[in-house]
Each structure stands twice: as structure tokens, then as C-alpha cells.
Design a protein. Structure first.
Length: 423
């Protein structure tokens, strides 16, 4: 296997402590917000040079040691994996094994963006985060996971404060002095950040853990300064063919009877079908292909479970509309990044399939899917039998490692600027 990405500085700049388990997280300090909710800051010291209250990203901090009770409150054990204990919506693990998956996933996004932590928008980000005498720049990373993106942003902009928030404590090594982390459930709101707090807000892969995504888009607009930048990056759990046709298992859109429990039989009948097209809600027509391939079936099962838990799978496609219709946003732009699932030889040659990063992304996406198939067990077990889950996982892993079928998953990146106040 070609693991060229492991030799890149981005891969090695910050590694994770593999000995850290869900019961052995870094020391925490707890911060109370103005709204009465709590967040948990992962730094043991004030990471920023500001001594006044104006420079703080979370108001009125109070410091506590990480007690066993606080540790127990942060995690729960489900089907042999460690999950966050703050949200009943997000059901992927929060342990070291998952942190390693998310680390490689971060590298995947980096290479999809053509060696850019900001999806090809480095010049725009640099403009927004340029030093100013008026105030210290600040960036917020929503759903930061183990903190890869957050730390890289702090390295890129050492003059700025960078805050990452997530449902579970990060297992990162000691971050840069201008970077810190807090535990927070985005479903409880961002009111404690209101007031033009940030110059730059980044959010990635939140749709499986956020109930009211349109509401989050609104709250982000009230947390970013006029002229500031917002970037959302999402996937919709759908798989595409090499020629960009949507690969749908049979019965993918068939609603379940009231009270019915999903099974492999009603997620995807194991039958082959033809091709067609779909046009929903007046949107642009998308060419589709009905298929019995295992990877689309696996993502269809995940999608049904995420919906049942309250996640918003459709956020990836709707972000552009939400932001264009919102009065606080302007200059809304979208970009699709196509992650190849597994190592296969492209027959359609273009700028991306001939790019040196394409092969690296194939390897990273394959490793990510193998780990995701295992990590999705707690989510899938809520709706499927162990036999069905084993079949979903085994077939998907076999298909991506042995069959080498040409498939993509699409990352939809949506960015906007906060409207400037008229002089």
C-alpha cells in the first residue's frame, strides 16, 4: 500500500498520544458561559496573552481539575466503543481509535483541497485573518474532533486566538499557545459567542450531530464579525459513480411504515437495476443509477440511522440556499471536492484524476471507510441486528479493498462573508 501522505509535513506536524484512552484524557479546566450552559476548556493555563475580559472567547472562566466524575460525565460506553455523553444525536465514537480515523480524515481533506487546510481558499482566509491594530484576530472551529484543523489554523496565524469546540475532550498533544479547546454541544446554541466575536468560523461534518442546522447557520452569522468568513464543509452520505451519477440502492427513498424497524431488506433490496434520473423540489436534475453495490448500501443504512437520531443529512445540499437567503450573509460560494473511495484506475482523465493528490486521497479514503465501517457499529446497532451490521460492514470493506469499483463521495464546501455594516 502506498502511504505517501505519511511523509508529508502536514501528517507529522502534530501527532496524537496513542496511549490516551477515553478514561485518560488531558487535564481540563471548566468554563461557564453567560447563558448558564457549560463548556470545558482543555488548556490548564490561560493560553492567550490578553488579561482583560474583551479578548476572551468564553466569558467568566473558572478553573477546575479533571475529576473522575467529570471524566465519567464526558463519556459513555456503547457496544465496546467510547461515545460522548453530551449528545444523543451524534453516535460515532469519541475514543482514541476514532481520533486516529479523524486524523487521517483531516489529511484527506487537506489533499482534496490541493494541499490547503482551507479547501483552496487560503488567500481569502489570509486576508480575513491578517493582523490588525484594532483587535486580536479570532477563529472558531465547530466540531473540531481531535483538533487537527484547529491546531493547523493556530500555526498558520500565530497572532490570532483559535478555539475548537467538540462534544468530547480532544486527545491532542499540547497545542500552540494561541489555541485551546472546549467541550460544547452545538444543539444547545451559540449564544455565548454572540456579539461579532470571530473573524473566521469553520465547521466540518456536523450534519450527523446537529438537529437544527439552519438554526446553526443563523447563530454562526451572529458570532462572526462584519466582513468575516464562514466555511461549512459537509457530505450527504451518498456515493457517486466515476461519471458523477448518483449510486442509489433500490428502495433508498422508500419511507418505512410507521413504527417499522429498518433492516437490510428495506434499506436496499439485493437486486440490480437500471439507471434513471431524479429531480426533487425543483432542484437541478441529477442523473442516478440503481445499484446493489455494497458501499452505497452501507452509506444508505448510515443515512437512515442518522436521520432517525435527529441528524440533518440534507444540510450539505441546503447550505447554499440557507446562506443565500439569510440577510447576514453575502458572497456565498460553493465548491465540490470529489473523494475517490478506494484504489481504482480512472478511465475519465481530468485535472483531478491526473493530479498527484488523487492517488493519496484514494488510499486515505479507503482507510477512512474501513475505520468508519467499524466505528459506525454503535449507530447501526440501534436499528439493525448484529448479523445485518456485520453484513453491511463486511461487504463494504470487501468491496473497497478487493473489488476496486470506481466510486466517489462528494464534499460540498459552502463559504460566505458576513455582510459589512454600512458606514
Amino acid at each position: 500500500m502506498n502511504n505517501d501522505y505519511q511523509n508529508h509535513p502536514e501528517y507529522n506536524s502534530y501527532n496524537w498520544d496513542a496511549s490516551t484512552s477515553c478514561s485518560e484524557v488531558p487535564s481540563l479546566t471548566q468554563t461557564y458561559s453567560n447563558t448558564g450552559g457549560t463548556t470545558t476548556n482543555l488548556d490548564t493555563e490561560d493560553a492567550f496573552t490578553d488579561t482583560g475580559t474583551e479578548g476572551r472567547l468564553s466569558p467568566e472562566p473558572s478553573i477546575y481539575s479533571l475529576t473522575s466524575s467529570l471524566r465519567d460525565q464526558s463519556f459513555r460506553h456503547v457496544h465496546g466503543r467510547c461515545l460522548n455523553a453530551h449528545s444523543d444525536v451524534y453516535s460515532l465514537p469519541a475514543d482514541e481509535e476514532e481520533a486516529q480515523r479523524l486524523y487521517k480524515q483531516h489529511s484527506l481533506f487537506y489533499y482534496l483541497g490541493r494541499n490547503d487546510n482551507y479547501y483552496g481558499m487560503w488567500e481569502t482566509v489570509r486576508e480575513v485573518m491578517a493582523p490588525t491594530h484594532e483587535r486580536r484576530r479570532a477563529a472558531l472551529d465547530l466540531g473540531c474532533g481531535p483538533g487537527n484543523w484547529t491546531i493547523q489554523c493556530a500555526i498558520d496565524f500565530p497572532h490570532a486566538e483559535v478555539l475548537g469546540v467538540d462534544l468530547a475532550p480532544t486527545s491532542a498533544v499540547v497545542p500552540p499557545q494561541n489555541c485551546r479547546f472546549e467541550i460544547d454541544d452545538l444543539n444547545l446554541g451559540l449564544e455565548h459567542f454572540f456579539g461579532d466575536t470571530f473573524d473566521f468560523v469553520h465547521a466540518r461534518l456536523l450534519n450527523s450531530g446537529v438537529k437544527d442546522y439552519a438554526g446553526l447557520v443563523d447563530q454562526v452569522s451572529r458570532s462572526v464579525r462584519p466582513g468575516g468568513l464562514v466555511i461549512f464543509a459537509e457530505v450527504d452520505f451518498r456515493v457517486w459513480s466515476e461519471d458523477k451519477r448518483l449510486l442509489l440502492p433500490p428502495n433508498f427513498y422508500t419511507p418505512l411504515p410507521s413504527g417499522a424497524r429498518p433492516s437490510l431488506a428495506n434499506v436496499a433490496s439485493i437486486k440490480s437495476g437500471g439507471s434513471g434520473s431524479s429531480n426533487s423540489g425543483g432542484r437541478a436534475q441529477v442523473q442516478t443509477k440503481i445499484t446493489d453495490w455494497a458501499v452505497p448500501t452501507f452509506f444508505a443504512a448510515m443515512s437512515k440511522c442518522v436521520r432517525a437520531k435527529g441528524g440533518n443529512i440534507d444540510a450539505a445540499a441546503l447550505l447554499k440556499t440557507w446562506m443565500r437567503e439569510h440577510p447576514n450573509y453575502e458572497d456565498v460560494q460553493t465548491r465540490d471536492l470529489w473523494a475517490p473511495l478506494g484504489v481504482w484506475t480512472p478511465t475519465i482523465l481530468d485535472e483531478w484524476t491526473t493530479h498527484p493528490n488523487f492517488r493519496i486521497c484514494q488510499e486515505l479514503a479507503k482507510e477512512n471507510l474501513i475505520s468508519l465501517a467499524k466505528g459506525a457499529r454503535p449507530l447501526l446497532y440501534d436499528w439493525f441486528s448484529e448479523q445485518d451490521v456485520a453484513e453491511l460492514e463486511g461487504n463494504a470493506v470487501r468491496e473497497i479493498t478487493e473489488d476496486r469499483k470506481p466510486m466517489y463521495i462528494r464534499v460540498q464546501v459552502t463559504s460566505a462573508r458576513k455582510k459589512r455594516v454600512n458606514a
